[in-house]
Design a binder for this molecule. Structure first.
Ligand SMILES: Cc1cc2nc3c(=O)[nH]c(=O)nc-3n(C[C@H](O)[C@H](O)[C@H](O)COP(=O)(O)O)c2cc1C
Length: 362
C-alpha cells in the first residue's frame, strides 16, 4: 500500500519538470498533506556530535529547503536534523531554467541552480518564530556578484547566530564560478580565520558557541585533501560535510542528460563521496565530526557512510526517486541493522570499514 502510494506520487511528480515538482513537494509539505512519520525513539540511534544531541543520525541535506520554508515539516518525516540554504546575503535568481535534470536510469540528478535563494532576511524571518527542539542548521554562501566573498560568509554567521543550531560554510558548489577556489589552502585559511573569528565574537556576546562545519567537494586531489585537513585542524573547525555534488560523469547510463553542465548527485556520487569521506577521516583523526552525504538511498548505504567514517549522514537526491517516506524507512532500517550487528550504539560501527573505503581511488 505504502509502495503503491510512493509509486503513484513519484509517477505524478515525474510528469512535471524537476523544478516544478520540487516546488510542488515544498507546497505539499507546507500544507501538511504529506503524512508525518512515526518518529523512531531507538536509543541506539541517539548521538551527541559537536555538542548537539541528535535523535538519529539522518539529516536532510542543503539545497532542498533553500529558503527555510519547511524545516519543521522535514523533521516530521523522520529526519534527525535538517539544513536550510544555501543562503546568500542578497536574494539572487540563480541560473536560467531548465537547471535541474533527472537521470532516471542512474537514479541521479544534475543541477546548476547557482544559489537561487531569497536572501538572508527572508530565511531569518521564517526561522525566528521557530522554538522547537529540532536541529536546524544554516548553510551559508556568497552572492555570485559579491566583491568580498569572505564577508558574505561572515555576514551569514552574524545574521543567523541566534537561530542556527549549526552552520555550514559551503565552498563546494560547482555552480558559482570560482567558489570552489576557496578550497585552495591560502584562501581557505583566510576564510576559516574570518568565519571563526566572527563565530567566537558572537559566542562571547550570546554565551553559546554554535558549531561551524565546512562542506567540501568530492572532486579533490590527494594534495587538496591534505591541505583542507591541515587547515581545518589548524583553525580548530568543528567539523566537515563530505560531500557536495561532483563534476565527474563517470559510469552514467543516461548519456543524453549526462551532457548537461552542473553538479551530479544521487546514486552515481555514492562511491566517490564515500571514498573522499574515508580519506578525510584518516587525515583529520577520530575526534573531528564528519557528516557523510552523497547517494544515500537506504539504511544500508547510510550505514556504509558511518562505517567509512561518518558520525552523521544526510541525503537529498534519492528522495526524489523514493519519495517522502524515505527518511522514515532509512531510520527504521538502521534499527534493524543494529539488531543484526548486536551493538548498543550506532557509534560503535563508525570507521569499521575505514580502510576499505580510504584505500580506494576514484
Ligand atoms: C537540486 C539540488 C540543489 C542543491 N543545492 C545545494 C545548496 O544550495 N547548498 C549545498 O550545500 N548543497 C546543495 N546541494 C547538494 C546536496 O546538499 C548534497 O551535498 C549532494 O546532492 C549529494 O547528496 P545526495 O546525493 O543525497 O543528493 C544540492 C543538491 C541538489 C540535487
Amino acid at each position: 500500500m505504502i509502495g503503491a502510494f510512493r509509486d503513484l506520487g513519484r509517477r505524478g511528480l515525474f510528469m512535471f519538470d524537476p523544478e516544478t515538482a520540487h516546488g510542488m513537494s515544498i507546497a505539499a509539505l507546507k500544507s501538511g498533506l504529506v503524512p508525518a512519520c512515526r518518529t523512531s525513539s531507538d536509543p541506539r540511534l541517539r548521538l551527541t556530535v559537536a555538542g548537539l544531541d541528535f535523535a538519529n543520525p539522518l539529516g536532510m541535506a542543503a539545497g532542498y529547503d533553500k529558503n527555510a520554508e519547511v524545516p519543521e515539516a522535514l523533521l516530521k518525516l523522520g529526519f534527525g536534523f535538517t539544513e536550510i540554504g544555501t543562503v546568500t546575503p542578497k536574494a539572487q535568481p540563480g541560473n536560467p531554467r531548465p537547471r535541474i535534470f533527472r537521470l532516471i536510469e542512474d537514479e541521479g540528478v544534475i543541477n546548476r541552480l547557482g544559489f537561487n535563494n531569497e536572501g538572508h532576511d527572508a530565511a531569518l524571518r521564517r526561522l525566528q518564530p521557530i522554538h522547537g527542539n529540532g536541529i536546524i542548521g544554516v548553510n551559508i554562501g556568497a552572492n555570485k556578484d559579491s566583491a568580498d566573498r569572505i564577508a558574505d560568509y561572515v555576514g551569514g554567521i552574524r545574521r543567523f547566530y541566534s537561530v542556527a543550531r549549526y552552520f555550514t560554510a559551503n565552498i563546494s558548489s560547482p555552480n558559482t564560478p570560482g567558489l570552489r577556489d576557496l578550497q585552495a589552502r591560502e584562501s581557505l585559511s583566510a576564510l576559516l580565520a574570518a568565519v571563526l573569528a566572527a563565530r567566537n565574537d558572537e559566542a562571547a556576546k550570546a554565551g553559546k558557541k554554535i558549531p561551524v562545519f565546512l562542506k567540501i567537494a568530492p572532486d579533490l586531489t590527494e594534495e587538496g585533501m591534505d591541505d583542507i585537513a591541515a587547515e581545518v585542524l589548524a583553525h580548530a573547525l568543528d567539523g566537515l560535510i563530505v560531500s557536495n555534488t561532483t563534476l565527474s560523469r563517470d559510469g552514467l547510463k543516461d548519456q543524453a542528460q549526462a551532457k548537461e553542465a552542473g553538479g551530479l548527485s544521487g546514486k552515481p556520487v555514492f562511491e566517490r563521496s564515500t571514498v573522499v569521506l574515508a580519506k578525510m577521516r584518516r587525515r583529520v583523526g577520530a575526534a573531528l565530526p564528519i557528516i557523510g552525504v552523497g547517494g544515500v538511498s537506504s539504511a544500508e548505504t547510510a550505514l556504509e557512510k558511518i562505517r567509512a567514517g561518518a558520525d552523521l549522514v544526510q541525503l537529498y537526491s534519492c528522495m526524489v526517486y523514493e519519495g517522502p517516506g524515505l527518511p522514515g524507512r532509512v531510520v527504521a532500517g538502521l534499527s534493524k541493522l543494529l539488531d543484526r550487528e548486536r551493538v548498543a550504539s550506532i557509534r560503535e560501527l563508525r570507521d569499521s570499514k575505514l580502510d576499505y573505503w580510504a584505500d580506494r581511488n576514484v
